[in-house]
Design a protein around this ligand. Structure first.
Ligand code: KIV
Length: 278
């Protein structure tokens, strides 16, 4: 493992984050910091700033590829982006999202595809959506040494089944199903579970029932960690405004300003100046 030579977060004695470390963090009441990443440049910055988990989410479909949903994302896409994120990350655990139809056909295919994400792309773990219905697949992977992160609540790959991105688990039946699914995933060996867009009291209940950490997105403060799509929290995207996104930057505005100034300088021949020329 390389050391970060810059003034960044990772010091020479800081170990890479492992799945066991995340479980230990929950035990020690230490919150887990997660963000998505899709390339080496951003992965390096987020890693240096102390992010524990970098998720190569299938949100790459919306954020990078310009799709409406995550459905078109392929396994090859995730392999490509995971390789890049791995090159940028030094300390963070890199988790590769399993895209739609890469694990639903049957357990053998899911197993093979998860293996590709680990061997070819260098992921430290994989993530997949669903509870009891994927528990057998999760068992098969974890028994073979492939760490799995679960994903419950709003599961964007099922958008065509549900037809809306409304919060999940608001009625008693759906809430109980989420609890049962979380337990099934933990029993199958999942090392962590993303809880997306569910009521905070339900997320608290799930978090208290589990030994493995919960990672919330729109699931309240009682989760063991939090994740956001990095372009949302940095204000690079501006037309996606769910209440769970807090903006810590305004990169969209800053880029607009910088590029407008660049254009103005070119038009007026103020750029390049003498010291920028040979
Ligand atoms: O794909 C993704 O970015 C995700 C997170 C929002 C949890 O699944």
């Amino acid at each position: 493992m390389q050391n970060n030579q810059s003034t960044g977060y990772m010091k020479s004695n800081q170990r890479a984050v492992t799945t066991l470390r995340l479980i230990e963090m929950k035990r020690n009441n230490q919150k887990i910091i997660c963000l998505t990443a899709y390339d080496a440049l951003i992965a390096g910055i987020l890693d240096s700033a102390g992010v524990d988990v970098l998720l190569v989410g299938d949100s790459v479909g919306n954020v990078v590829q310009g799709h409406e949903t995550t459905i078109p994302v392929t396994l090859e896409d995730i392999i490509y982006h995971t390789k890049a994120v791995k090159r940028g990350a030094q300390r963070a655990l890199v988790v590769a999202d399993m895209p739609f139809m890469s694990y639903q056909v049957n357990t053998d295919e899911a197993f093979r595809n998860a293996g590709r994400l680990m061997k070819e792309a260098g992921a430290g773990a994989v993530k997949l959506e669903g509870g009891m219905r994927v528990a057998e697949t999760v068992s098969r992977m974890t028994e073979a040494g492939i760490p799995v992160m679960g994903h419950l609540g709003l599961t964007p790959q099922s958008i065509n089944q549900f037809g809306t991105y409304r919060p999940r688990g608001k009625d008693e039946e759906e809430a109980q199903q989420i609890i049962n699914d979380a337990i099934a995933l933990q029993d199958a060996g999942a090392f962590a579970i993303v809880l997306e867009k569910i009521p905070a009291p339900l997320a608290k209940q799930v978090s208290e029932k589990l030994i493995v950490p919960t990672i919330g997105i729109g699931a309240g403060v009682h989760c063991d960690g939090q994740i956001l799509v990095y372009t949302d929290m940095l204000g690079l995207t501006v037309d996606f405004n769910p209440r769970f996104v807090r903006r810590y930057g305004n990169l969209h505005e800053q880029i607009m300003k910088a590029v407008t100034a660049y254009g103005d300088d070119i038009r007026s021949s103020a750029f390049p100046n003498e010291s920028e020329s040979y």
